[in-house]
Design a protein around this ligand. Structure first.
Ligand SMILES: [Zn+2]
Length: 315
């Protein structure tokens, strides 16, 4: 079965065609538009371009950044503030004349990592994607967890600091404000604004305004104490949220995706340490939970959308 997967990112709409063996046989992308009509137009354009070259596609999957209900309506997307209650799945299906399955993007990515990536072979796994926010997906006893409405896995909006930093979701103290890629960027800027982080500024070409989390991980890899402090604090926040989730679903493996993870053990090492030492109940009485990098990279969401499209009836 050949299926098509679409993934709506902050900057681009990525589309891929996946063959029966799970290999990507075609790919196309266009810049994201952040209004409802523009988003639908881009999704149609990417899908149409790919189907023209791959007429054997039998169904389409779409990963969307927000709450997607089981009918395929994007109900709320904190990072696409103009878009609410948009029937992406039904609208796209009508426009393209093919069955369409719409899901949360991180749910798609989790399924991809479980079927073809770093969580393959596990029964119960947690996927956490670090980007502007934190996306998540849960696989429990071999099944993808969607919840009553399709809204399960909104782990980034688990509150870890009541009354804390404001979040685009409209509340305060969400985990993603403390432990996402953008949270690390903010910590890096705060360090530099406070007069620290000389090595970070050097690595950013001497311009303090260009300092982001990228320089934190690079400087920490060299052993820079300021960068290590920032990363240790970040790791502790990350481990706090991870431990809460581990206590709920008891995974054997946590797969961490997103750009930050390219730095490898510089980031994952302090997270493993914080998790084992301070955050889990009875660490000495449980098998260690593996914390590993995702393996499918930025295409995980589109691959997962294509995999989930295999389950829908051809339209
Ligand atoms: Zn939030």
């Amino acid at each position: 079965m050949v299926t098509l997967g679409l993934d709506v990112g902050g900057t681009k709409v990525l589309g891929i065609v996946l063959d029966e063996a799970g290999a990507i046989v075609a790919e196309h992308q266009e810049p994201t538009r952040r209004d409802a009509d523009g988003l639908m137009e881009r999704l149609q354009a990417v899908a149409a371009a790919l189907r023209e070259q791959n007429p054997d596609v039998t169904a389409v999957g779409v990963g969307l950044p927000g709450l997607v209900d089981r009918a395929g309506t994007l109900r709320f997307a904190p990072n696409l503030p103009g878009i609410v209650e948009l029937p992406v799945g039904p609208g796209l299906s009508e426009a393209l004349g093919i069955a369409v399955q719409a899901e949360n993007d991180a749910t798609c990515a989790a399924w991809a990592e479980h079927q073809l990536g770093a969580a393959a072979g596990t029964d119960t796994a947690l996927l956490v994607t670090l980007g502007t926010g934190i996306g998540g997906g849960l696989v429990v006893d071999g099944l993808l967890v969607r919840g009553a409405n399709g809204f399960a896995g909104e782990i980034g909006h688990m509150v870890v600091d009541d009354g804390g930093i404001p979040c685009p979701c409209g509340r305060r103290g969400c985990w993603e404000r403390y432990a996402s890629g953008s949270a690390l960027d903010r910590e890096a800027r705060d360090l530099v604004a406070g007069g620290g982080g000389a090595r970070l500024v050097e690595l950013a070409g001497g311009d303090p305004r260009r300092v982001t989390g990228v320089q934190v991980t690079a400087a920490a890899a060299e052993g820079d104490p300021d960068a290590r402090d920032v990363l240790d604090r970040f790791a502790d926040w990350f481990a706090l949220g991870l431990a809460n989730l581990i206590h709920v679903i008891d995974p054997s493996r946590c797969v961490v995706g997103g750009g930050l993870v390219a730095a490898g053990d510089v980031v994952l090492g302090p997270i493993r340490t914080a998790l084992g030492e301070t955050r889990l109940i009875a660490p000495e009485h449980r098998p260690p939970v593996e914390v590993v990098p995702a393996s499918l990279g930025p295409r995980a969401g589109a691959i997962g959308a294509a995999l989930l499209a295999r389950d829908v009836q051809p339209g």
